[in-house]
Design a binder for this molecule. Structure first.
Ligand code: HEC
Length: 136
């Protein structure tokens, strides 16, 4: 095999792999941080703050649905580690329930939602990534 052939053989699969990255699925697979950093954009800060002050109280720090505030709920939050559930919902569904609450998607109204995040696409995108991260 010539050097040129060898280079092509090695770089082509890498290029194909790169090209197939991008889009929501790839982005959702990137690791997230839950710690607010000075360098974070406002939307990411908003997402991390909402997660830590709001979502965690019901969903638990690891997204298992074991937060203290929901312990006595008749319908408990599901575990975000459930890969079957993760695969069954798209990002738009997750964003809708976050902003408008459970009743908006036919789920328990005890999932209160965060209407203050309406239109904050960056925060919603990052919250989706946080939710998805527990299923990776
Ligand atoms: C007051 C408690 C509470 C808070 C706060 C809360 N949730 Fe929930 N959440 C729930 C409950 C209860 C359910 C289960 C609803 C059901 O299955 O009927 C749920 C369900 C969900 C679901 C799953 C929807 C589905 O299709 O099954 C997602 C995603 C979610 N919450 C995200 C969030 C995020 C992100 C936040 C913070 C912005 C948040 N929740 C804040 C209680 C809460």
């Amino acid at each position: 095999m010539s050097t040129k052939q060898l280079i092509l053989t090695l770089t082509l699969p890498a290029l194909v792999a790169l090209a197939s990255c991008g889009g929501d699925a790839a982005k959702n697979a990137e690791p997230v941080s839950l710690v607010v950093e000075a360098t974070d954009t406002q939307g990411v800060k908003d997402a991390k703050t909402a997660w830590a002050t709001l979502c965690v109280t019901c969903h638990g720090a690891n997204g298992l649905g074991d937060g203290a505030a929901s312990a006595a709920f008749p319908v408990k939050p599901r575990s975000f580690a459930d890969k079957t559930w993760q695969a069954s919902v798209d990002d738009a569904h997750i964003k809708k329930i976050i902003v408008e609450g459970g009743a908006s998607v036919g789920k328990s109204a005890l999932m209160t939602g965060a209407p203050h995040l309406k239109g904050n696409d960056e925060a919603l995108g990052y919250l989706v990534r946080i939710v998805r991260s527990f299923g990776n």
